[in-house]
Write a protein that binds this ligand. Structure first.
Ligand code: F6P
Length: 357
C-alpha cells in the first residue's frame, strides 16, 4: 500500500511533525509514503515527489517550515480574492489523478488551511480518497478547537511584545504591533493578552481611533508611561475596510498595512511618539513549540488511522483534548472567528484591555 502526503497553503510550525506522524504510523502498517513537493503542484505530471522513509523523517519533528515545500498560490488554489471558493479546472484534476494512479497512490493526506482543504474536498468529491489535516497559524478553521502552528505564532507575538515593552517604557511611546491572522483575530487576541498589550484591534470588532486614543490618554493619567497596541492585519475601523497589500496573482488577497495607519492616527490623536512594527513572516518561522510538535504528530497518526479505516472525506480534528475527525465539508464551510461577546474578549476587557469599541 502506498499513500501520498502533501502540504498546502502557507508554511506553518508543526508541518514536519505531521510528516513524522504520518510516516511513522504508515511504516508500522508496512505502507510507503510519497511526499509531494510544493503542495498540490507536485501532483502535476510527471509528479514531483520523494519517498519518505521513517529513518529520514526521524529528527524532523522539531524543525520549522516543511521538508516537502508548500504553496498558497498556483494551479490548485481553492480560495481566491476575499475568500471566494474556486472550482479547480477538470483537466488539472484529471492530470493530478493520473499522476497518483501512475504512482500507485491509493489515498492522499492533504495538510492545509481553509483554502487547501477546500481543494482537498474537491478531490474527494471527484472520487479520490482523501483525508485532511488542519493546519494554520490563524486558528480560523471550524470544527477543530485548535490547529498546530497557532501556539507557535502566538509565542512569537508574545516574545515580540515583551521586547517592545522595553522601548515603549524607555521612550514613553506608543508601540503598535501588526500581526497576521487574515480575517480572524485569534493571533492578535491571544498574543496581545499574553504580551501585555493595552489595546487589541481585531477584524471581528470594528474599532474607533478616538476610543483607542482615549484609552491611551487615560493610561497616561493613571501614570503609565507607555502603551502597546496589537493590530490584526484584517482589523478595520468602524465603517472602514481592511487594508489590502497585494491583490495580484492567484490565491487570496494579501493583507497588510493597517499597523502604520493606526500608528499615524494615534500619534495625531494622542500627541505621543508612536512607532509601528510589522511582524510578518517571523510569526510562521522557527521551530514549533512543544505543544505544536505533539499536536502535529498526533494529527499525522490520526490521518493514517482514517485511511486504514477507509473514512475518507474527513479531516482530523482536535476536540476536548482528543484527536478525532469531522467531515472536511463541515470544517471549510465557514471561518471560525473570535466571538466579540465571548468569554475571552470579556475577560480581556475585565482587565482593562481596550478593543476600540
Ligand atoms: O494563512 C496564514 C497567513 O500567514 C496569514 O496569516 C497571512 O495573511 C498570509 O498567510 C500571508 O501569506 P503569504 O505568505 O502569501 O504572504
Amino acid at each position: 500500500m502506498r499513500i501520498g502526503l502533501l502540504n498546502g497553503g502557507g508554511d506553518c510550525p508543526g508541518l514536519n511533525a505531521v510528516t513524522h506522524g504520518v510516516v511513522g504510523a504508515a511504516a508500522r502498517l508496512g505502507w510507503e509514503v510519497l511526499g509531494f513537493r510544493d503542495g498540490y503542484e507536485g501532483l502535476l505530471s510527471p509528479g514531483d515527489y520523494k519517498l519518505l522513509r521513517v529513518e529520514k523523517t526521524e529528527g524532523i519533528l522539531k524543525l520549522g517550515g516543511t521538508i516537502l515545500g508548500t504553496s498558497n498560490r498556483g494551479h490548485f488554489a481553492g480560495k481566491v480574492g476575499e475568500g471566494g471558493v474556486r472550482k479547480i479546472p477538470a483537466e488539472l484534476m484529471q492530470d493530478a489523478f493520473r499522476t497518483l494512479r501512475k504512482l500507485g497512490v491509493s489515498a492522499l493526506v492533504c495538510v492545509g488551511g481553509d483554502g487547501s482543504l477546500t481543494t482537498a474536498l474537491q478531490f474527494y468529491q471527484e472520487g479520490f480518497p482523501v483525508v485532511g489535516v488542519p493546519k494554520t497559524i490563524d486558528n480560523d478553521l471550524q470544527a477543530t478547537a485548535t490547529t498546530f502552528g497557532f501556539d507557535s505564532a502566538v509565542q512569537v507575538v508574545t516574545d515580540s511584545l515583551d521586547r517592545l515593552h522595553t522601548t515603549a517604557e524607555s521612550h514613553s511611546r506608543v508601540m503598535v504591533l501588526e500581526v497576521m491572522g487574515r480575517h480572524a483575530g485569534w493571533i492578535a487576541l491571544y498574543g496581545g493578552i499574553a504580551g501585555g498589550a493595552s489595546s487589541i484591534l481585531i477584524p471581528e470588532i470594528p474599532f474607533s481611533y478616538e476610543k483607542v486614543a482615549e484609552s491611551i490618554l487615560e493610561r497616561e493619567r493613571l501614570g503609565f508611561r507607555s502603551s502597546l497596541v496589537v493590530v490584526a492585519e484584517g482589523a478595520a475601523p468602524l465603517g472602514g475596510h481592511h487594508v489590502v497589500k497585494d491583490t495580484s496573482g492567484e490565491g487570496e488577497v494579501r493583507l497588510g498595512g493597517i499597523g502604520d495607519v493606526v500608528a499615524t492616527k494615534l500619534a495625531e490623536l494622542t500627541g505621543k511618539e508612536t512607532r509601528c512594527t510589522r511582524l510578518g513572516h517571523l510569526q510562521r518561522g522557527g521551530s514549533p513549540t512543544s505543544l505544536d510538535r505533539v499536536l502535529g504528530m498526533r494529527f499525522g497518526v490520526e490521518a493514517v488511522k482514517l485511511i486504514e479505516e477507509k473514512r475518507f472525506g474527513r479531516m482530523v480534528s482536535y476536540q476536548q483534548y482528543h484527536v478525532s475527525s469531522v467531515l472536511i465539508e463541515d470544517a471549510v464551510r465557514k471561518l471560525k472567528l473570535v466571538d466579540p461577546e465571548g468569554e475571552i474578549v470579556e475577560a480581556a476587557k475585565s482587565v482593562g484591555i481596550c478593543f476600540g469599541d
